[in-house]
Design a protein around this ligand. Sequence first.
Ligand SMILES: NC(=O)c1ccc[n+]([C@@H]2O[C@H](COP(=O)([O-])OP(=O)(O)OC[C@H]3O[C@@H](n4cnc5c(N)ncnc54)[C@H](OP(=O)(O)O)[C@@H]3O)[C@@H](O)[C@H]2O)c1
Length: 246
Amino acid sequence: MKHKILITGGSSGIGFGIAQYFYKKGWDVLITGRNKDKLNAAKNAMPNINALEYSSLNEEHLDRVIDFIGEIWNGRLDILVNSAGHVELGSLKDITGSSMSEMYQVHLIGPSLLASKCLDFLAVTKGHILNITSSHGIKAYPGISAYGSAKAGLNMLTKVWALELAPMGINVNAIAPGPTNTDILKSAGFDDETISAIKESEKKQIPLQKRGSVADIVSAAVFLLDSGSEWTTGVVLPVDGGISIS
Ligand SMILES: NC(=O)c1ccc[n+]([C@@H]2O[C@H](COP(=O)([O-])OP(=O)(O)OC[C@H]3O[C@@H](n4cnc5c(N)ncnc54)[C@H](OP(=O)(O)O)[C@@H]3O)[C@@H](O)[C@H]2O)c1
């Protein structure tokens, strides 16, 4: 039976890059996203890909993904990649309960419930979970407490799950990207001028003096998921031009 990978947020950016890699290898790939146009564009680029609308805020969407794996893929899953996510700025004085709970739902609760429901599948294949976290979950910055703490939490979940799932032969790792060129700033609602200013400011803080590309993150994913590095688990791998140690 063909190998199978589920990538949340696979309709765009980092998730899309990982989807392309495994699609080209001939794997069955299931991607998710919220925006139908982006899902359709991904299908145009990769005609045999499977795509489902999925919001991490909606538990029915989660069940739809699990039903797909159970029914269409006969319960086979080799890799789960939790890449779905979005960024939001906000200082402590402006914080609202709804923005905090949305951040935690998308980056902590959604991935936890999905991983939990995928366990029976992954136990059979002795599969792998990869969480896409962030350098913001390692290094503190002012004005981004909800996103930063959510990603820090996902880093810790990676280690806890790695310990819990090791006896089942399931590896769990994370990549913590630094500033990477994707649609994430546009999706956050920033205008072009603000995006350029953010990119310029981030570039100055990166020791290697350049922003990352999706290919930089895909290379790290390939190392963790497809290079025979089966003795690696519980790792949070910064791929960030050195920003998290600067
Ligand atoms: N790019 C960076 O600089 C950077 C740095 C560190 C970490 N990251 C992390 O990398 C991951 C991928 O981001 P990216 O840069 O590839 O951004 P992207 O190109 O905007 O892709 C984000 C993906 O996640 C989906 N998504 C966003 N919010 C969602 C939600 N509430 N429920 C379900 N799906 C949702 C998006 O779907 P729609 O487009 O349909 O909304 C899209 O498929 C994120 O977890 C992000 O936090 C990115």
